[in-house]
Ligand binder design. Structure first.
Ligand SMILES: *Cc1c(COP(=O)(O)O)cnc(C)c1O
Length: 457
């Protein structure tokens, strides 16, 4: 057999021509989005008031397993894809493990993360529909950056509501978005009624949250002409676009007769992990393979491991559809000391359903100092500066590889390294200066948050 190179670089012809829609192959589908006031399943017409029409259609598609990728989207993908699949020989050696470790590296574009995979189609479909403006929210800033790039490419104006804590912590992220032409507003802001109400309630010093920023971005979209809202994670359509991660990974591994035994990824809203696992999960559902799936989340925002599987709002202002998901409650605001990302209160309905059905085998929650230990070790060994989010997957991949050493098993491990950490220097700085602390919400805090979950049924 051919020796696997350090870096498997597929050529452009390997960029998938179709996304893979895992919903179509799921035997039990994720429960539908509900309209808040009627509690009826959202239709394409309902969703199209907020989202682009084609994206609304994709959101509700439980039938077509494969969806064509328009050529203009593939052309933009060509500038940075296929993303390399790395074989972590150096890490395997450092850990003295018989395990084979692979990672899909999604940090090779200017936005520095996988988010561009969905930003491109979302901006493209908006343009096809004749829209002139998009709004969105961004937390750590990767989504806002990716969408700014895509909007610049397709000639669409973009307004980004950026969580105020990040806006202040990461001024350079804001500048990158501005370079790509976006209008960036710290949230909560006084530009929207919901923002004003949140400032009133939380005080002007609040660091904000993703849930707040979403409410503002949606209000802005529905109150302006020719404007729609787009979201960078959580939704089925975003997992669909991200399936390109899994499809390329699978194609690259097949060239070397490899198939993963363990598949690991970090989960914020679950889009990169949903995209990575999609084709492998399809195999598991069809019973042709049985890989072990581990989703990794921060202990400070533990939606899968300590949340409830319940209908919840996707935003604080409760104007978005209700989604059935693992959630810590839409009011939950993670500690401002938490710098490791993955701060969203809920989880993709598809990931939630797969986890509830035990098709995703395990959710593991890690405290942030452990994440940065792994990030720094990985950086020194593999020569990539990982995003803190991605380092959740790195940490668990390393732990699993160490277990293989102890049991002397040569398992094949695959994880997605979602992005680079160049804009996370203040978090790395806190870690290097030993000033980083761990924050784990108490049962009491979660209980208070669960009490506010909406009643459905
Ligand atoms: C946004 C982001 C994540 C988390 O989002 P998912 O939707 O769960 O993938 C992880 N890593 C990086 C680098 C990100 O930018």
């Amino acid at each position: 057999m051919k020796k696997v190179p350090y870096r498997i670089n597929l050529t452009e012809e390997y960029i998938p021509k179709q996304w893979y829609n895992i919903s179509a192959d799921m035997i039990d589908k994720a429960p539908p989005l509900l309209i808040p006031n009627t509690r009826k399943p959202a239709t394409i017409d309902d969703l199209s008031q907020v989202f682009c029409r084609e994206l609304s259609r994709q959101e509700l598609d439980n039938e077509n397993a494969y969806i064509d990728i328009p050529e203009e989207i593939r052309d933009y993908y060509r500038t940075c894809r296929p993303a390399p699949l790395m074989r972590a020989y150096a890490l395997e050696k450092a850990l003295c493990t018989p395990a084979k470790i692979y990672y899909k590296f999604e940090g090779n574009n200017t936005s520095g993360s996988h988010k561009l995979n969905s930003a491109i189609p979302q901006a493209y479909y908006a343009k096809q529909e004749g829209l002139k403006n998009l709004t969105t929210e961004t937390g750590a800033g990767q989504w806002g950056t990716a969408l700014s790039m895509a909007c610049a490419h397709f000639g669409i104006d973009l307004t980004v509501y950026m969580v105020k804590g990040s806006y202040n912590q990461k001024p350079q992220r804001r500048t990158v978005m501005q370079v790509f032409g976006a209008n960036v507003i710290p949230s909560p802001s006084n530009k929207t009624n919901s923002g004003k109400a949140m400032l009133e309630k939380l005080g002007k010093d609040t660091t904000g949250s993703l849930g707040c920023a979403i409410t503002e971005a949606v209000e802005h979209a529905v109150s302006h002409e020719n404007t729609r809202y787009v979201l960078g994670s959580v939704l089925n359509q975003v997992l669909l676009h991200q399936s390109i991660i899994g499809l390329e990974s699978k194609a690259a591994m097949e060239l070397y007769d490899e198939y993963p035994d363990i598949i690991i990824g970090c989960v914020g809203g679950g889009s990169s992990y949903g995209g990575l696992i999609a084709p492998f999960m399809g195999d598991k559902i069809k019973k042709t393979h049985n890989p072990y799936f581990i989703a990794v989340e921060p202990k400070s925002c533990p939606s899968l491991s300590r949340g409830k599987y319940s209908y919840d709002y996707c935003d604080v202002g409760q104007i978005t559809p209700l989604a059935k998901m693992y959630t810590v409650g839409s009011d939950f605001i993670p500690s401002p000391d938490h710098a490791g990302g993955l701060r969203y209160h809920g989880m993709s309905p598809i990931i939630s359903k797969l986890y509830d059905d035990k098709l995703i085998d395990e959710a593991r929650a890690i405290e942030q100092t452990g994440i940065f230990d792994a990030a720094v070790e990985f950086a020194r060994i593999e020569g990539i500066l990982p995003a803190p989010e991605s380092s959740h997957a790195i940490k668990v991949a390393m732990d699993e590889a160490v277990k293989c050493r102890e049991t002397n098993e040569a398992k094949t491990i695959l994880f997605v390294l979602t992005g680079t950490g160049y804009f996370d220097m203040s978090a790395y700085g806190a870690y290097m200066d030993k000033k980083m602390t761990d924050y784990i919400p108490t049962n009491e805090e979660l209980k208070n948050s669960f009490e506010k979950l909406p009643e459905v049924e």
